[in-house]
Design a protein. Structure first.
Ligand code: F6R
Length: 243
C-alpha cells in the first residue's frame, strides 16, 4: 500500500485525477470503477479540465459506479446517476452507453444485483477503482457487518450513513434507507485501487482501516489485502497516521 499525503483537498484531487489520467493514457479502453460523494468531486473537475485542454480522451473508457440508492430514478437530482452525469459525464466525451450505475428503479433486489454483477463481468473486470471512505469505514455501501458480501447486493444503510447522507437532502425523511452496492469481492478484484480521503472527521477511521485489524466491522480494512492500493489523504485526514 502506498500512502500519499496531500496538503489540502485540491491537491488530493489533483493527484487522484493524475492517477486516473495516467490509467486512461496508458490504456485508453480502461474500465474505471467510480464513486460519488464529496471526496471525488474535485478529482472529477480536474479530469474535466484535462479533457478540455485536449490532454485526455474518454471515448473508449467504460465506467462502472459503485452504488445507487434503491428507489431513486436517474432523473432524481439525489440519484448517483444524476450525480455522475452532472459532475463528470456531461462534460467529457465518454460514451454514456458505456457508463454503468445500478438501476435504482429495479424493485426486485435479486434482479438488480444479478444484472449489475453481469455488467461487471461483461466489462472484463475493473482496471482502476476509485473509492471514498465512509465515516464508519464503509466502501461503496458495504456497511460494517459480521461478514464481507462478495457480489452486488442490496444493503440496509446504517443510521450513521443515513445521517451522513442527509446533508444532501431537504429533509431526513427523504434520505433513502437502502442501496444497491458492489460487493467487497467485486471491489477487491479491481487491478488497482485508489482511495481518496479528506478532512479531520475521517482521520480516526483512516488509521483504523489501514493500520488496524482486518475485519468486516471496518469494511475498508480488507483493502490491506489488496496488492495495488494507493491512498491519497489530505493533511487533516492523515493527521493520525504518523502516531
Ligand atoms: C459513494 C460511495 C461511498 C462514499 C463514502 C464517502 O459512491 O460509495 O462509499 O465514497 O460514503 O463519502 P464522502 O466522499 O461524501 O465523504
Amino acid at each position: 500500500m502506498r500512502i500519499i499525503k496531500a496538503d489540502h483537498y485540491d491537491q488530493m484531487s489533483r493527484i487522484a485525477a493524475n492517477h486516473i489520467a495516467a490509467q486512461i493514457i496508458l490504456k485508453p479502453d480502461s474500465v474505471l470503477g467510480l464513486a460519488t460523494g464529496s471526496s471525488p468531486i474535485g478529482a472529477y473537475q480536474h479530469l474535466i479540465s484535462m479533457y478540455q485542454a485536449g490532454d485526455l480522451d474518454f471515448s473508449n473508457v467504460t465506467s462502472i459506479n459503485l452504488d445507487e440508492y434503491k428507489g431513486l430514478s436517474p432523473k432524481d437530482d439525489q440519484s448517483y446517476r444524476y450525480f455522475m452525469n452532472t459532475h463528470l459525464f456531461d462534460h467529457i466525451n465518454i460514451n454514456k452507453a458505456k457508463t454503468y450505475v445500478p438501476d435504482g428503479l429495479e424493485a426486485d433486489p435479486q434482479k438488480a444485483c444479478k444484472d449489475y454483477d453481469k455488467i461487471i463481468e461483461n466489462c472484463g473486470g475493473i482496471d482502476l477503482q476509485l473509492l471514498g471512505l465512509g465515516n464508519n469505514g464503509h466502501i461503496g455501501f458495504n456497511e460494517p457487518a459480521d461478514a464481507y458480501a462478495k457480489g452486488v447486493h442490496c444493503v440496509d444503510l446504517t443510521q450513521s450513513t443515513i445521517e451522513a447522507n442527509s446533508r444532501f437532502f431537504d429533509s431526513f425523511d427523504k434520505v433513502p434507507k437502502q442501496a444497491y452496492t458492489m460487493g467487497i469481492g467485486s471491489i477487491m478484484q479491481a487491478k488497482k485501487i485508489l482511495v481518496i480521503v479528506s478532512g479531520g472527521a475521517k482521520a480516526g477511521i483512516l488509521k483504523e482501516a489501514f493500520f488496524g485489524p482486518i475485519t468486516p466491522k471496518v469494511p475498508a480494512s480488507v483493502l490491506q489485502l489488496h496488492n495495488d492500493v494507493t491512498v491519497i489523504a489530505d493533511q487533516e485526514a492523515a493527521a493520525l497516521l504518523d502516531q
